[in-house]
Design a protein around this ligand. Structure first.
Ligand SMILES: C[S@@+](CC[C@H](N)C(=O)[O-])C[C@H]1O[C@@H](n2cnc3c(N)ncnc32)[C@H](O)[C@@H]1O
Length: 399
């Protein structure tokens, strides 16, 4: 049954401004003979260091989506402005209902309300909010990048692990009044680079973000640079070069990212982080050939694994998997010796990538204790390996 449009829009206002109950809302489409600017808006609550805010992502033709995080009167004004735009549809999800408003050809509102029971689900699961993507999966950025669903999930999962440490990484640059400086090493197609840049910008606001993607492939760098320009993204640049020999920009480096940088390129990325004493490092390693080769070479020389661990490397598939574990355990150990707090976690379900371990390290400056050092020494001596990371930063980790 069509109803008065102004009344129907007015009934959306309290839903959009209730940040305890709103899950997300999207306005899009246009009414007959009119064109809303922006062409689409997505609203959702976000929890920032400063508290909960209403986040609006506005899509405007031929330019990068604009994100605003607002509260109080400013949130009220923004919602009023959006309700006044001639959108053809509103879709509003709250914990209690999904309300859809469509504007008819006669300029009336057709409203459909479906009651939901999300509060019960939340109570049962103990979560205080519905799990949300950190970036809108419908963000035009992803289409421009051409990322498939698996890559979007990997990137979202990666950002989810970046989120808790991002505020700490941003504290120093915000205090110093300079942009947050981020490097994505072995950036490839740069899905993560673009997404992290967008996400961190939302977090730090006016201080800004300077993100540098480094990759050895000039074609990737040219494509990423062109895309950043086309999307109107500032503070995002790409540099061609080997990770080991490329400067990701002067000044303090705050966050180092490396997603599936091949083989020892992950070690090169970790070495950049340690050398520049980056406070936050997130690296999801890829193939681990270096240690595999070293184990194979020892075997060829008749020096097998230390007893009683022969069975761990007897079969090629186990040898390969064990080399992965050994490599990342050793990397984590070296980072600890270099003054980082480290955890190694699964960052995304293996359905989306088999390379789903992530090393997350935060600089603490803690002096390594003798037990850690002895553990590391015993491990590499027993297996007769010389980790690439130790060669790169042995001095910083006092190895
Ligand atoms: C598997 S891709 C991952 C790309 C991207 N991080 C992602 O997850 O979509 C690895 C990328 O690292 C780059 N790469 C490998 N070794 C490198 C090195 N030593 N220096 C710079 N880039 C490197 C490759 O060119 C490739 O683009």
């Amino acid at each position: 049954m069509p109803e008065d449009l102004n009344d129907a829009l007015a009934s959306l206002r309290p839903l959009l401004l209730d940040l305890e109950s709103l899950v997300r809302a999207v306005a899009a489409g246009r009414r007959r003979g009119s064109e809303p600017v922006p062409s689409r808006v997505e609203l959702r609550p976000v929890d920032l260091a400063a508290g909960r805010r209403l986040q609006a992502v506005l899509t405007v033709a031929n330019s990068a989506p604009l994100t605003r995080n607002v509260t109080g009167d400013e949130a009220g004004r923004l919602v009023d402005e959006m309700l006044a735009e001639p959108f053809g549809n509103w879709h509003v999800e709250t914990l209690d209902e999904v309300r859809q408003l469509r504007v008819t050809k006669k300029g009336q509102a057709q409203v459909h309300v479906a009651r939901t029971s999300r509060r019960d689900v939340l109570r049962r699961t103990g979560h205080d909010r519905v799990r949300q993507r950190l970036l809108d999966p419908g963000d035009p950025l992803f289409d421009a990048l051409g990322a498939d669903a698996d890559k979007r999930r990997q990137v979202d999962a990666f950002l989810r692990l970046l989120a808790p440490v991002a505020a700490r990484a941003a504290a120093r640059p915000i205090r110093a009044g300079r942009p947050l400086h981020v490097a994505d090493l072995g950036c490839g197609n740069a899905y993560l680079t673009f997404a992290a840049h967008r996400y961190l910008l939302q977090q730090v606001g006016e201080a800004g973000v300077r993100t540098v993607g480094v990759d050895v492939r000039p074609d990737m760098v040219a494509r990423n640079t062109e895309l950043a320009e086309r999307l109107g993204l500032t503070g995002l640049e790409f540099v061609v070069g080997e990770i080991a020999g490329t400067d990701p920009g002067p000044g303090d480096l705050d966050v180092v990212l490396a997603l599936h940088a091949c083989d020892t390129a992950t070690d090169d990325a970790l070495a950049v982080a340690v050398t520049r004493r980056a406070p936050v490092v997130l690296a999801a390693p890829c193939c681990h050939h270096d240690v595999q080769r070293q184990l194979a070479a020892r075997k060829a020389e008749g020096q097998g694994p230390p007893p009683p661990y022969g069975a761990l490397t007897r079969h090629p598939i186990l040898r390969e998997r064990f080399a992965d574990v050994l490599t990342d355990a050793v990397r984590a150990g070296i980072l600890r010796l270099a003054g980082y707090r480290v955890d190694v976690v699964e960052f995304v379900d293996s359905r989306h990538t088999p390379r789903n371990a992530l090393i997350r390290a935060e600089w603490t400056g803690a002096r390594p204790d003798d037990v850690l050092r002895a553990e590391y020494d015993d491990l590499v001596t027993a297996w007769g390996i010389r980790p690439r990371l130790a060669d790169l930063i042995g001095k910083a980790a006092s190895l």
